[in-house]
Design a protein around this ligand. Structure first.
Ligand code: NI
Length: 140
């Protein structure tokens, strides 16, 4: 019988961003976001962990073939890797690209592709902005 388990794939990507809320003036933005308001942005080496929930297929011993999972992640990351997220990524035109928001957008994109092309469910998106700061995003 197949049993349930979780599998996590870790990938890295580099992106730059700027924190700016257009509803506030410069002073208010600076008070909240500090140096992160620079119009030139600044970069991070993000680490993304995609955790998938599934049942182990007794024939393969796997819940998902990594050759199916990797292209889903790399396809989604095309809009993120080496991009200035505020300008180059369609999802952050009206959304501040904080680690929280990036994790949620990645959930939406990866969850959809996973659901459409595999039998697995997305369990969690973990996104590290730096080695000591990360966000976990989950949705039932
Ligand atoms: Ni930053």
């Amino acid at each position: 019988m197949g049993y349930k388990t979780l599998l996590t794939k870790r990938v890295e990507f580099s992106a730059s961003h700027r924190y700016w809320n257009p509803k506030w003036n410069e002073e208010a933005n600076k008070a909240i976001f500090g140096k992160c308001i620079s119009p030139y942005g600044h970069g991070h080496n993000y680490v993304l962990e995609v955790t998938v929930d599934g049942t182990v297929d007794p024939d393969t011993g796997m819940i998902i073939n990594i050759y199916d999972l990797k292209p889903i992640i790399s396809e989604v990351l095309k809009d993120f890797d080496h991009k200035f997220l505020n300008e180059d990524n369609p999802y952050f035109k009206d959304l501040i690209p904080t680690t929280e928001n990036i994790a949620r957008v990645l959930w939406d994109l990866i969850e959809k592709k996973l659901r459409e092309t595999t039998g697995c469910k997305l369990y969690r998106i973990r996104l590290y902005e730096s080695p000591d700061l990360y966000v976990d995003y989950r949705r039932e």
